[in-house]
Write a protein that binds this ligand. Structure first.
Ligand code: PLP
Length: 442
């Protein structure tokens, strides 16, 4: 944070705002759709988007919210986000196609990516994408070439502001040593703008995204501030008038009781105040955009599993350890294995037994320890259902068929309380349709 700027007023979210299933819902969903099952609550998701938009507009009236579809690009989820007024951020041609398939107008979509191919860019141009976020010098030339024969979408330069967020290294993106964007610190950002202006490209502003699951948002606020200062300098030195500043996503969520994310109202106020201060006296009045994913959808989703095996074994670490093996694992939630992520697991069947610590594992060949030392009633056993909270983001979108498990179904709880299917489980047929056994191998 730069001298003279407002310090963020840390105001953690005080209520547990995560969606949870009640026993009746869980039993009925498991019966209707099977387990493992991703569940999204429509009313919760809509409420979260409305709250974010209201907070953002209160802090910066000329603002727009974009939903980062990488968090969960199930078509129904995209349709809900778009119907609430969100633009859609696609990080690939596939995510852009998903938005189109969900009925989102191309003009309401943005294309990201640190290595967009000519083909991906051409697809975006031909389909009238609203905005492309440029990441590197080669891409500027590719876009200039495509713009000779197609109308060019508005362009924003992704900048690496050189701030180091407090989060897992694999989801830190704003530091100078990053594969993303044009560095502010080594002059690349200015050179990129100058090149776009020389080529007559319709650049409208700047973007940064410094990281994800940020419980301390100081890095994002500093990133926004540095972006605004850069905009002010580009006005002075190149008469470039910034019309859009996009400060990315990244606000953290409440995976466990030790996660205390800042509430969205304080976050927007602090972020916007820092940007306003940095723009003071410049005459610039850009539209501000943010593109959160996790903080919009994570808490609206749970995953329902059934316990298949309960096993107690000797353990050097704990004396004895009791495993509960559930009917999913790293193929439906790779985050514990990738990032050591922790989650809250809640039993479905009420019990009067005291809690004891369990290790929840999956079905995969690795020791796919999903959740370690989880407090659950001592009598939990085979056949019981458990729900894992806060799995709406980066679970279904990161799912795989590892060990040839079908990816789970996603059910939606409609605002009316009814259940609807968002995505069915993979079928065995489609698991093998991409493959062939060349002649002579059998
Ligand atoms: C460019 C960009 N924008 C937005 C997001 C969404 O971040 P989050 O889900 O933490 O809000 C990401 C996540 O990696 C990203 O890389």
């Amino acid at each position: 944070m730069l001298p003279g700027t407002l310090l963020p007023m840390i105001s953690p979210e005080t209520v547990d705002s995560r969606f949870k299933l009640d026993e009746k819902q869980a039993e009925s969903l498991a019966q209707q759709f099977g387990t493992p099952l991703y569940v999204i609550d429509e009313a919760h998701f809509r409420h979260r988007i409305r709250r974010y938009i209201a907070a953002f507009q209160a802090a910066w009236p000329h603002s727009e919210l974009t939903y980062a579809s990488k968090a969960n690009s199930t078509l129904g989820v995209l349709a809900i986000a778009a119907s609430e007024g969100c633009l859609i951020d696609a990080a690939s041609e596939g995510e852009f196609r998903a938005a189109l398939a969900a009925g989102v107008p191309a003009g309401r979509c943005h294309l990201h990516g640190n290595n967009k191919s000519q083909k991906e860019l051409a697809f975006a141009f031909e389909n009238g994408i609203g905005q492309i976020v440029l990441d590197n010098f080669g891409e500027i030339e590719l876009v200039a070439d495509l713009a000779k024969s197609n109308p060019c979408p508005e362009l924003v330069l992704r900048l690496a502001p050189g701030v180091d967020p407090v989060t897992h290294a694999k989801i830190s993106t704003g530091q100078a040593d990053t594969k993303f964007g044009f560095n502010l610190t080594d002059g690349a950002a200015e050179k990129a703008l100058v090149r776009c202006l020389e080529l007559g490209l319709p650049v409208v502003g700047f973007h940064c995204h410094v990281g994800s699951q940020l419980l301390d948002p100081e890095a994002q606020i500093s990133g926004g501030e540095l972006l605004a200062e850069f905009a002010a300098r580009m006005l002075r030195e190149h008469q470039f008038e910034t019309r859009i500043l996009n400060v990315g996503g990244g606000l953290g969520v409440h995976y466990t009781d030790s996660d205390n994310p800042m509430d969205v109202e304080s976050y927007c106020q602090n972020l916007c105040a820092a940007i306003e201060q940095a723009l003071q006296g410049t005459g610039l009045a850009p539209k501000l955009t943010q593109e959160p994913g996790r903080s919009l959808i994570a808490e609206s989703g749970v995953t329902l599993y059934q316990v298949g095996v309960r096993k107690t074994v000797p353990s050097q670490k704990f004396g004895t350890r009791t495993y509960l093996a559930v009917d999913g694992g790293l193929s439906d939630n790779p985050r514990p294995v990738m990032y050591g992520s922790k989650y809250t697991v809640v039993p479905i069947r009420p019990s009067t037994e005291e809690n004891q610590a369990f290790t929840i594992s999956g079905k995969h060949c690795e020791t796919d320890m999903l959740f370690e030392q989880v407090p659950l009633p001592a009598d939990i056993s085979e056949g019981d259902l458990v729900q894992v909270l806060c799995t709406g983001a980066y679970n279904s979108s990161m799912a795989s068929n590892y060990n040839r498990y079908p990816r789970p179904c996603t059910a939606l709880i409609r605002s009316s309380g009814e259940f609807a299917l968002l995505q069915r489980q993979d079928t065995w047929d489609e698991m093998f349709t991409r493959e062939s056994v060349p002649a002579g191998l059998q």
